[in-house]
Design a protein around this ligand. Structure first.
Ligand SMILES: [Zn+2]
Length: 445
C-alpha cells in the first residue's frame, strides 16, 4: 500500500494557472504524487484515517527550482573582481585542481544547502558529474545535470562532449526520473563553433536539452559582435542550439534582435540577479522578456558568485531590480516572481507536466514554510492576504521547515533525513582545504 500524508491547516499557494490560494487548505500526498488538494475540513472528512501533518501558520507551496547553479567550495574567497578577471584568477585554476572526490563533496554540500532552504530541483553545471548524480540520488534532490564542457585548446582540464555523452547514456532519466542529464557548454569564448553544432545534434539524438551561459559581460558581447558580426544570441542561433529545450543563463545584455530570437525559438532564460550584481555584470531585461512571452526561471549561480544558494533570498531581487531599472513599481509582481521560481523554472527544464505547481496528479515536490516568526507577521488571509508578498520580500531559506520530493520527506523540522548534514559539512570543509592546496600552483602571478 502507498504511504499517505495529509498536510492540514496551511495557506496553500498552488501556483496553478490561476495562482489559486487556498486558505486553511490541505494537501494529500499519496506515494510520490499529490492525490488531493482543497479546504482542510473537506479533506479531513474525506480521508479520516490518514496520517496528518499540522501546518497551521505555515504556507505550502511547490518546491523551488534553481535553474542555474554550480556546485562548488570556494565560497567567499573570490571577491570584488569583474567576471573575466575573476575566471582567470580564481575559477580556472580551481578547475585545473579539482578531483572527483572534491567534486562529490561540493555537490553534496550544495544539494544539502539547497534542500534545507526549500529548493527541490536544481540545474547544476559542474564537473565529474557521475559523482554529482550519486550525490543527488542519495540525497533525494531532483537534478538536471549539465557538465561544464569546453573544447578550446589548452583547456582540456574541463569536461568533454564525449564524457557528456557517457553521462547521458548512463544517468539520464535515472532515479525514477529525478536525475536528468543535458548537454552543456561553458561559454562562447571557451567553446568552438563545432562544439555547439555537435551538442545540438547530440541533444536531438538523445532527446534531451542544452544549457549554456548567455552573455554576462557587455564588453564581451561587444567584442564578439566586432569579431563575428553577430551578437551572442545570434551566434547561438547560427550554431543551431536555440530551441524550447535550451536554457541560457544570465542574458544580461540583449539587443532587440536577440530577444526576438529567444521568442521565435522558444528558448528559456535562467535569470541570476545576485550573481549579476556581485560580478557587476548588469541587470537583465527581465520585464521585457516576460512581456514578450520568454520563459524566465531563476538561478542562484554558484556559491563563488552569490554567495549562497538561498532561492527565497534570490527571489526578492527579481522584482526589486526591474522596478528600480525601469523606475516603475508596478512591474514584476511577487506572484510573478513566485511563478518564475517554480512553474516557469520547471517549464524551462521540460518538467512542468510533473512539477512546478501543486495540482492533483503531479509529483509531490513541495515545501512547508513557517510564518510564525516576527519577520513574517502578520499572517493575513482574505482582503489583506499578504502570504505571497511576505514569501518574496520577507522570508528566507531558514524559514523552510519541511521539504518533500516525489512524496518523500527529505527535510523534516529543518533536519535533513536522507543523509547526515553535519558529516557532509565536515567532508566539504576538508575537501575545500585540500582544493586550495592543490590549486596553488595554478594561480597566475
Ligand atoms: Zn554560471
Amino acid at each position: 500500500m502507498k504511504s499517505s500524508l495529509l498536510i492540514t491547516g496551511a495557506t496553500v499557494l498552488t501556483v496553478n494557472s490561476s495562482d489559486e490560494v487556498i486558505e486553511n487548505g490541505a494537501v494529500l500526498i499519496e506515494g510520490s504524487r499529490i492525490a488531493d488538494i482543497g479546504p482542510t475540513d473537506i479533506l479531513e472528512a474525506r480521508y479520516p484515517n490518514v496520517e496528518k501533518l499540522d501546518a497551521a501558520g505555515h504556507a505550502v507551496l511547490p518546491g523551488l527550482v534553481n535553474l542555474h547553479l554550480h556546485s562548488g567550495l570556494i565560497r567567499g574567497t573570490a571577491e570584488d573582481l569583474p567576471v573575466f578577471e575573476w575566471l582567470a584568477k580564481h575559477v580556472d585554476p580551481k578547475h585545473r585542481a579539482l578531483t572527483e572526490e572534491i567534486a562529490e563533496a561540493a555537490a553534496k554540500l550544495c544539494y544539502t544547502e539547497a534542500l534545507l532552504s526549500g529548493t527541490t530541483c536544481v540545474m547544476d553545471m559542474y564537473r565529474y558529474m557521475h559523482r554529482c548524480a550519486d550525490a543527488a540520488e542519495r540525497l533525494g534532490i531532483r537534478a538536471t545535470l549539465a557538465p561544464y564542457v569546453v573544447d578550446k585548446p589548452g583547456m582540456d582540464y574541463f569536461e568533454t562532449l564525449d564524457k557528456n555523452v557517457r553521462l547521458v547514456e548512463e544517468r539520464h532519466n535515472t532515479a525514477d526520473g529525478r536525475i536528468q542529464v543535458w548537454f552543456a557548454l561553458e561559454h562562447l569564448t571557451y567553446c568552438t563553433e563545432d562544439a555547439y553544432r555537435r551538442a545540438a545534434a547530440l541533444a536531438d539524438k538523445y532527446d534531451t536539452g542544452i544549457h549554456t551561459h548567455g552573455e554576462e559581460s557587455w564588453e564581451m558581447a561587444r567584442k564578439l559582435k566586432q569579431e563575428t558580426g553577430l551578437w551572442p544570441v545570434e551566434l547561438f542561433f547560427d550554431r543551431g542550439i536555440l530551441g524550447p529545450r535550451t536554457v541560457l543563463a544570465h542574458c544580461v545584455w540583449l539587443e532587440d534582435p536577440e530577444i526576438d530570437l529567444l521568442v521565435k525559438t522558444g528558448t528559456s532564460v535562467a535569470h541570476c540577479p545576485v550573481s549579476n550584481l556581485k560580478l557587476a555584470s548588469g541587470i537583465a531585461p527581465v520585464h521585457e522578456l516576460l512581456q514578450k512571452g520568454v520563459t524566465v526561471g531563476i538561478g542562484t549561480d554558484g556559491v563563488k558568485e552569490n554567495n549562497n544558494l538561498d532561492m527565497l533570498e534570490e527571489l526578492k531581487f527579481v522584482p526589486l531590480l526591474q522596478k528600480a531599472r525601469l523606475l516603475d513599481a508596478s512591474v514584476v509582481t511577487a506572484e510573478r516572481a513566485l511563478r518564475m521560481a517554480t512553474i516557469d523554472g520547471a517549464k524551462a527544464l521540460g518538467r512542468d507536466k510533473e512539477i512546478g505547481s501543486l495540482e492533483i496528479g503531479k509529483q509531490a515536490d513541495l515545501i512547508v514554510v513557517d510564518y510564525r516568526k516576527p519577520h513574517l507577521t502578520p499572517f493575513l488571509s482574505g482582503k489583506y492576504n499578504n502570504i505571497v508578498s511576505n514569501l518574496v520580500y520577507s522570508a528566507s531559506g531558514a524559514d523552510v521547515r519541511h521539504t518533500f520530493i516525489a512524496g518523500r520527506s527529505i527535510v523534516r523540522d529543518r533536519v535533513l533525513l536522507t543523509d547526515n548534514s553535519e558529516a557532509i559539512r565536515l567532508q566539504a570543509q576538508e575537501a575545500a582545504e585540500k582544493l586550495f592546496v592543490l590549486r596553488e600552483p595554478y594561480i597566475p602571478v
